[in-house]
Ligand binder design. Structure first.
Ligand code: NAG
Ligand code: NAG
Ligand code: NAG
Ligand code: NAG
Length: 493
């Protein structure tokens, strides 16, 4: 008895020593903790920034940098492009690097998900081979697939894949979703999809992650040149399957939101092209959510012209920023490119002035030429589930309606469901309709028939009066992985 007490006391004191080390004093958690970014005097002058704007931009950049695992793509060795080995014919879909185990503790992932990252080759809009990166988020256990008409399930030793095309994360290397602590969309899609038992492959569209190609030239992120992003998604999917042949079945549903919604639509269009004929058997359908189908008509105009203007010279070489922007607009965009900021920095630079855009930009040849790259009104391989909130202030409901209507008139035999969530905004459409699109995905992998063939519309109304709902997101998965922040995650064990 006495001996037991001694042993117990010794054990307790070991626990006490352990806990003292594990539970250090709580520190105040500043969200810009991992960055000391400052603007130089030359940058402040070039952008004609006042003191408040300088402080605002510095705050945002420091926050954004602190949202990156391992210091982000500019500091994380994973994003370094390996040299070309001689004799390798440069073609799209090649695996350049596999990081099978990505340390998840640097991320704010859901417990019992795991992460890998790959680097691979894609093609840009005009067909040049470019490197790109992407992540694979793994579930704890695979979802069983039910074959149509029976409850027999396939052995759950391999995973079906969701190819997730992210919405706008930024325009430069540092804004790769695979470096973001919550993979940019967090629970809105990738976390939810992995927790439903799917492998989630998500490209960082080319130009995000790896900033320079083998010859040292900048890789522009070809924003809303939708075919480019579709290629990054599909060649990336092929590279993911080559990287993990024993883990992935090799079948997929594509899904994306906003910019990625246009990508998901572009994937459906690409699936009728010869370029991707070899993937037709693997493809089960696509979900464009809040898809940008008429990019230059979407508000705010300053944002659309600035963001596409950043890369348009890579498609139309004679284009310069001054074709669309005023001198101060172009100066601020050059500053933006120099500091490689994210979306919130761009908003501060261009939406705080009214003299950014040139008059008659819409009569330029480039506006017409770029608009031809929009998705919609083209043949596609279905089934397609288009999600749209009626109160979307970014991708307007009427623009999506017009693209859906045009497409279904031109291609009445194709399967296209247009699901409209009443009273719902741009990003929140993903949460509002989550169990509906998740079931749609399950049904595609299970080989169940569509609710209806052809083109039709589904209206989704809120269960309670719409005014009772939280209409927009106002929080984020804050990484609290250092011991001094452990008091913030009492539910972490
Ligand atoms: C902070 O950034 C540095 C690089 O600047 C990086 O090495 C480190 O991993 C980051 N720390 C955390 C906790 O993310
Ligand atoms: C590739 O081959 C070329 C000529 O055949 C040679 O000059 C170059 O050094 C080689 N590069 C590598 C990385 O082996
Ligand atoms: C890229 O493709 C577009 C559209 O087909 C074409 O107008 C443009 O000239 C091409 N640009 C380059 C650099 O080849
Ligand atoms: C869409 O609606 C907006 C206002 O909500 C209007 O300004 C615009 O002209 C409409 N566009 C189309 C194509 O109907």
């Amino acid at each position: 008895m006495a001996m037991k007490t001694v042993v117990l006391a010794a054990a307790l004191s070991t626990v006490a020593r352990l806990t003292a080390a594990q539970f250090p004093p709580a520190a105040v958690h500043i969200t810009s903790f991992n960055s000391s970014f400052i603007l130089t005097p030359a940058q402040i002058e070039a952008g004609q920034l006042d003191n408040d704007q300088v402080e605002t931009i510095q705050n945002i950049v420091r926050f954004d940098q602190s949202q990156c695992a391992f210091g982000g793509p500019l500091e994380d060795e994973f994003y370094t492009l390996p040299p070309l080995t001689n004799g390798t014919a440069l073609e799209p879909g090649l695996v350049l690097k596999v990081q099978a185990f990505t340390d998840p503790t640097a991320y704010a992932l859901p417990p019992n998900t795991a992460l890998s990252r790959i680097m691979y080759t894609s093609l840009n809009f005009n067909g040049t081979v470019v490197p790109a990166t992407g992540f694979i988020l793994w579930p704890f256990t695979p979802r069983k697939t039910h074959t149509a008409g029976s409850r027999n399930s396939t052995p759950p030793d391999k995973l079906s894949t969701i190819v997730w095309a992210h919405g706008t994360s930024g325009f430069f290397a540092p804004q790769a979703p695979s470096a973001h602590r919550s993979l940019w969309y967090g629970y809105s899609a990738p976390f939810a999809l992995a927790q439903a038992g799917y492998a989630v492959f998500a490209p960082d569209f080319a130009g995000l992650g790896v900033g320079k190609s083998w010859d040292g030239t900048e890789i522009p992120h070809q924003y809303h040149a939708n075919l480019a992003a579709a290629r990054d998604s599909l060649y990336g999917f092929e590279a993911a399957v080559k990287s993990f042949p024993e883990r992935l079945v090799g079948n997929f549903v594509a899904m994306g939101h906003s910019q990625g919604g246009a990508t998901a639509w572009a994937i459906a269009e690409a699936m009728v092209s010869d370029e991707f004929a070899h993937l037709q058997q693997s493809y089960k359908g696509s979900i464009p959510a809040s898809p940008t189908t008429n990019f230059l008509a979407s508000p705010p105009t300053e944002f659309m012209l600035a963001t596409s203007g950043l890369m348009l010279h890579s498609i139309f070489p004679t284009f310069t920023l001054e074709d669309w922007l005023t001198p101060i607009g172009a100066a601020r965009l050059r500053l933006y490119r120099e500091i490689q900021g994210g979306i919130s920095v761009l908003i501060q630079l261009i939406l705080t002035r009214t003299d950014i855009v040139r008059e008659n930009w819409d009569r330029t040849w480039y506006a017409a030429a770029f608009s031809k790259l929009d998705v919609g009104g083209n043949d596609f391989r279905g089934p397609l589930l288009v999600l749209q909130g009626s109160d979307d202030s970014r991708v307007l409901y009427n623009l999506t309606l017009a693209a859906v209507a045009e497409t279904s008139v031109l291609f009445p035999d194709r399967d296209l469901e247009f699901m409209v969530a009443s009273g719902v905004g741009h990003n929140p459409v993903l949460e509002a309709t989550q169990h509906l699109w998740m079931q749609w995905i399950h049904d595609r992998f299970d080989g169940r028939p569509l609710a209806k063939a052809g083109s039709f519309r589904t209206d989704v109304e809120s269960f309670l009066p719409i005014q009772q709902y939280q209409s927009t997101g106002n929080s984020f998965p804050l990484w609290a992985g250092l011991p001094e922040y452990s008091y913030e995650v009492p539910l972490s064990v």
